[in-house]
Design a protein around this ligand. Structure first.
Ligand code: PMP
Length: 392
């Protein structure tokens, strides 16, 4: 009998069928993927340079231009999640000697500052109070004091539930010779943003929130000024995979014949295309209204349960993700676990500066419905009854 050369047996887990339970994902993302988008992602593969795939990429580009309200030719989807788009933006825009001013109004500003520091750039954080939707004075002063070439700010701070007003910020940045870079991963499609009108130079988002596609692709767009800054670079961007020169070519943004750069996640692009198509069919204004109305219903219901909203001012609230203070006498982990175990609903605790302080409830894209608001409120009412700890 031939003796096997194998020293390790096949893993037992892989010999069992894949088991994926049904859950209502009402955390800060990902959100549930509707059947139409699941079906798109389950299509048979095509080659990444086939004309049909290039056509899908062109349609994605047009969908992103609509969602971002921009005519920027350099508009595409990164093969990666929101973090990947954040890194792509920073590492293509910044070069040694550049300064980036980061508005830290929660977790995502901290992340951007971390990435900027790893790139060897001075990530100068402009502190910004979590839960405060206003542009603080110190942050405007930062533009004068640090003379940054890029200002980073998060539009929808998913860690705190704050919607950052952007009015006038692009103009202010340009007045100071600075480019404006905005993270709209958690807000795109859920709250108004107008890339061209608001003079945003780089805007990015993610696939798994309002767009209801699986994680793994990230819309991004660059203004003419941002593009010019990248063209003036003396050194190549420190990542080949995220080099915007290569990506612009692969996405047909530079007028040159398309060349192979990487094998795109084709099925993720199919899903993203459908997510963008559903947003285009619904219309941005209807989508914003849907998120506003369901967030308002949720906030009222949370207050009726005796809970305290983390973001006091209504217009500073992110319509996609609502933060509520962990009520006294409760441990947030008990509430999160109770909803998961008894109602198959995901909500989450805080993140970064809001850890331990809040619960986060997301209503994004197709998950933003009045029925889901009722469902999560019912589950929370149950949790408040069952999870109180006598001594904490
Ligand atoms: N920015 C914001 C505002 C986010 O909410 C998230 C995801 N929670 C990210 C960036 C990072 O995106 P991803 O997890 O897709 O990498």
């Amino acid at each position: 009998m031939a003796t096997s050369l194998l020293r390790f047996p096949p893993p037992q887990g892989l010999l069992r069928p894949l088991a994926v339970p049904e859950r209502l994902l009402l955390g800060p993302g990902p959100s549930n993927v509707p059947p139409r988008i699941l079906a798109a992602g389950g299509q048979q593969l095509l080659g990444h340079m086939h004309p049909e795939v290039l056509q899908v990429m062109d349609e994605i580009k047009a969908g992103i231009q609509y969602a971002f309200q921009t005519q920027n030719p350099l508009t595409l989807a990164i093969s990666g999640t929101g973090h990947c788009a954040m890194e792509a933006a920073l590492l293509n825009l910044l070069e040694h000697g550049d300064t980036v001013l980061v508005a830290v109004n929660g977790m995502w500003g901290q992340r951007a500052a971390d990435i900027a520091r790893r790139l060897g750039m001075l990530g100068t954080p402009g502190q910004h109070h979590p839960g405060d939707g206003h542009l603080p004075l110190c942050f405007m002063q930062g533009l004068v004091r640090h003379k940054p070439s890029v200002l980073f700010i998060t539009h929808g701070e998913s860690s705190t539930g704050v919607l950052q007003p952007l009015e006038g910020l692009g103009k202010l940045c340009h007045w100071h010779g600075c480019l404006l870079l905005v993270d709209a991963v958690a807000s795109l499609g859920g709250a108004p943003i107008f890339m061209d009108q608001q003079e945003i130079d780089v805007l990015y988002s993610g696939s798994q929130k309002v767009l209801n596609a699986p994680p793994g692709s990230a819309p991004i767009s660059f203004s003419k000024q941002a593009r010019e800054k990248m063209l003036r670079r003396k050194t190549k961007p420190p990542s080949f995979y995220l080099d915007m020169g290569w990506l612009a070519n692969y996405w047909g943004c530079d007028g040159e014949p398309r060349r192979y750069h990487h094998t795109a996640p084709i099925n993720s692009f199919f899903s993203l295309r459908e997510g963008l198509a559903m947003l285009a069919e619904l219309g941005l204004e209807s989508s914003w209204e849907r998120h506003r109305a369901n967030c308002a219903q949720l906030c009222k219901g949370l207050r009726d349960l005796g809970l305290e909203l983390f973001v006091k001012e209504e217009k500073a609230r992110l319509p996609t993700i609502t933060t509520v203070r962990v009520p006294e006498g409760y441990d947030w982990k008990d509430i999160v676990a109770f909803l998961m175990d008894n109602h198959a609903i995901e909500i989450t605790g805080g993140l970064g500066p809001s850890v331990g302080k809040v619960l986060r409830i997301g209503l994004m894209g197709c998950n933003s419905t009045s029925g889901n608001v009722d469902r999560v409120l019912r589950a929370l009412r149950d949790a408040l009854r069952c999870c109180r700890r006598s001594r904490l």
